[in-house]
Each structure stands twice: as C-alpha cells, then as structure tokens.
Design a protein around this ligand. Sequence first.
Ligand SMILES: C[S@@+](CC[C@H](N)C(=O)[O-])C[C@H]1O[C@@H](n2cnc3c(N)ncnc32)[C@H](O)[C@@H]1O
Length: 503
Amino acid sequence: MLKELMIADITVGSRHRKDMGSLTSLAESIRQEGLLQPIGVTEELQLVFGERRLRATRDILKKQTILARIVDVTSILAGEYAENEIRKDFTPSERVAIAKAIERKVGNRQGQRTDKELRGKIPEVAPGTRTRETAAEKAGFGNDKTYRQAAKVVENGTPKLIQAMDDGRVSISAAAILAGADADEQEAVLELDEKAILQAAKEIRARQAEKRAEHQDSKTVKPQTRPDKERKMATRLIHGDCRRELKKLPDKSVDLILTDPPYPEIEREYGRLTEVEWHDLMKTVVTEGRRILKPTGSMVVILQPNFEKVGQMRLWLWEFVAWAGREWNLVQDVYWWSHDAMPLSGTNRKQGLLRQSVKMCVWLGPATCFRNQDNVLWLPSDDIFAERKSDSAMRTSRSGRNYRNSKIAETAEDRGGSTPFNLIPVAAGGSASANNSHPATTPYDVAAWWVKYLLPQGGVLLDCFAGSGTMLCAGLDFGASQVIGIEQHKKYIEIAEKRILEG
Ligand SMILES: C[S@@+](CC[C@H](N)C(=O)[O-])C[C@H]1O[C@@H](n2cnc3c(N)ncnc32)[C@H](O)[C@@H]1O
C-alpha cells in the first residue's frame, strides 16, 4: 500500500548504515525525476528502508511529505505473504531492511508476557529456530547465508554496488565478495561486463583468503630460537620439595604456573601418595601459588582421574576442583584429549569400560586473568569460506549436531581463526624421547598450547613439579623472560637441564 506520509510522523531508529554517501546528487535526481522508489515504513510508521531518500527529501529539498510503502511486518512474519511475492515486490537491499525489522519484532516479542499479548496473528518462532533464520526466510531469502551476504552488501557496499545487486546485474553472493573490497575497487569492478565482474570477485575472494591466513599468522607467537646461553640464563631450576621451595618465592612475581603434579595412589619411581597426602600437598601448592602469582596470573594443574577399582572412580580430582574452585576460582573447565590413548585395564570386552583419554586441566585464577585467544585459534579450512552451492547445506559434525557453514565462517572471519574447543586434542605420542628417562612426561604440545594461551610475552613461568622440564622448554620457546622449575629428584633436574640446553 502506497501513501503520502508526513515526514515528521516517521521514526528513524538506530541504523546500521552510518555512511549516507552524497545526498546532494540524490536530492537533485529526486527534484528532477521525482521519487522513483518510495521509502518503506512499518504499520507503526517506523522507517524500514530508504533513509537516504528520506533525508534528501527532508533536509535538502525541505519537503514535509514523502511517498511511502507500508511494509506490513506483522503479516509478513505471520506468513501472509508468499516468499516469492516479497522477492518480486522488493529489491534485495529492501528485503535486508525487512528482515532486520522482522528480527527486531521477534526480538522484542521474546521475553514479553505472552498472556498479555495478542498472539493470534504472529506465530511463535518454532522452538530452536533462530530469529535470523526466520527473518531470512520471511523476507524472501532462500536461506540465512544469502541474507547475510545481502546484509554485508548493504553495510559495506558503495551505493553503486547496492544498486547493481538490486538491479540483478551482480548476484548477491558476488556482490558480498565485492563488498569486502575498498570503495574504489568496488566502483572499478562495476565498470566491467558481467563475466569480468565474476572473475574479479573470484580474485578478490582468493586475496581475502590469503589475507586471513596472513592475519592469523601475524598474530600467532612463533617459537623462538634462543642461544643456549640465553636459555640457561633465563632458567632457574630448584632442587627440593615444592612445599618448602614455593614459600621462598616472592609475592606477585609469576605470570603463569603450569604444572603436571603426581597423582595419588599411583606407583611411580618418584613415590606414591595417598589421597590424603595428595590433598595436603595440593592445598599448599594452590595457596602458595596464588600468593606468588601476579594479579592477572593464573595456574593450570593437569590431572588425570583414576580408579579405586574397575567400575569405581576415585573422587580426589573432583574434590580438589570443588575445593579450589570455592577457595579461589575455576576460570573454565578445560580438558586435554589424548586422542591416541590406548585401551587399558577395564576397557576389555568383559569389563566393558570406555577408553580413558581426557585429563582435566584445572585452570585457577581470577575471572579476568590474562589470556591470548588469538594465539591458539585454529586456522579455519578454506572449505569454510568456500562459496559453493553445497556450502549452504547443513554440515553435520561428528557429535551429530548441525552447524551452518556460513555461521562458522562469519565467526572465524571476525576473529581471524576458529575458536578452539575447551577440549584440546593432542596425541600423547607414546613414550618420551630416548634421552628422557622420566616416567611421566607431559607432551610438549600440551605445554606449548597453554603457554601460548596464558603466558604474556616476556612473562615468568613456574612449574613446581618440573620433572624433565617440558613446561619450562615450552616457556623458553614461546617468549618467557624467565622459567622456574622445582623438582624433588636430582636425576630429573639433570634431564631438564639437558633438555633446556638442547632447545
Ligand atoms: C607428572 S611428573 C611431571 C612431569 C613433567 N611435566 C615433565 O614433562 O617431565 C611429576 C613430578 O613431580 C615431582 N614431584 C613430586 N612431588 C614433588 C614435590 N613435593 N616437590 C617437588 N617435586 C615433586 C616428581 O618427582 C615428578 O618428577
């Protein structure tokens, strides 16, 4: 329905598009040719699209009225318009505005008292269906991905590119790629013929993929090669019992404590602790560790659950987590998944248990402790960014959960990589290297992952159960100014010394 409306009656909400471009030439064309396309407003006279036209008419032409089309968002949301009708009546950029108006409407409706609302006309969004998907569908976009591509064009495209998409001269997907280029390039490409535009879009996409990889690479801390002397100077190995030695370290002097302590009730060449002894030991370590850490520092304790007997777990780990979490703060529950773990006792067919393959990395510290996510992002595969048709299909993960590729791509693009899970997959890799006779070493990749994530460049790292020095090696490789290791057995200190020098 078209109506001449008083401009003063129309509300312009907060808009996404901040750059209004030149309004003078638009006003001039409206003066000469009239308003070729009306603006769009909701039933409540809220502007849906045509802000530039509205401003040019009001601010430059000084008119008080404007021709508007009433976009009945409620009816569209209620499915009273067929998708293809919307598609025929409105251009892609107008449909983006309609979808956004739908999102606002659905968003406003959520959280309201349903008993006070007139529910008849607006169907509830199916449980589990995301608002954006509903908006995309109702606004005549085949899927959420196309909606996001069109929205990208509206937000980042020059007026000329938006026009080209609206006229159908450039497809929505190609326009979305072009919208990633700077304004001059967008304009230059639009001078070409259709085939050349497509070719240019492909080249821009390849360039963007390259840039993403470079961007991620530039953010990631690389292992450093330091001369032996420097490694030695940056290392302090303390031979002794950490219960005593920790007490000698000054307050607020360490950035990260990363440690893999002994576990209770396990026979090792370095001894066997009862559960009670183990809790006592760890209480000292946590209390002293907290004192020694700087205010932004945190502590990661790697622990593996074990059994009392087949089918009955020991509970020390969870008791410790509950105690330390209450006493201090559990930042996040994180697990190392040793995905090459062997099926051991209890997992045979008769006893029927599952293969034990996760160790808990008990991460303690203030909620705001230092972390550098950029350093541990996964490089997203090119597949995620591919624009092939099949990509819009649902991707099913091993867990059976469905994801939309486009959503993953969007998040990955924003951050320069894929956010890792709180399950760190690192193969334990069998026994330690030939020159390391320590019976229970931590895999270097687990140590390096945590160092990259939690140690600030130039920070101080401490391991109070240093063993053969894996954590210390990772610290030296990834920017620690100092690494401190406490170990009760001289024999392991010697191994650590050697490994630190070997790099
Ligand atoms: C699981 S191992 C650590 C392995 C180490 N992350 C590595 O990769 O070699 C635990 C180490 O803690 C040491 N340890 C046990 N109790 C200790 C204590 N009270 N003070 C210092 N070291 C201790 C053991 O001798 C053992 O070398």
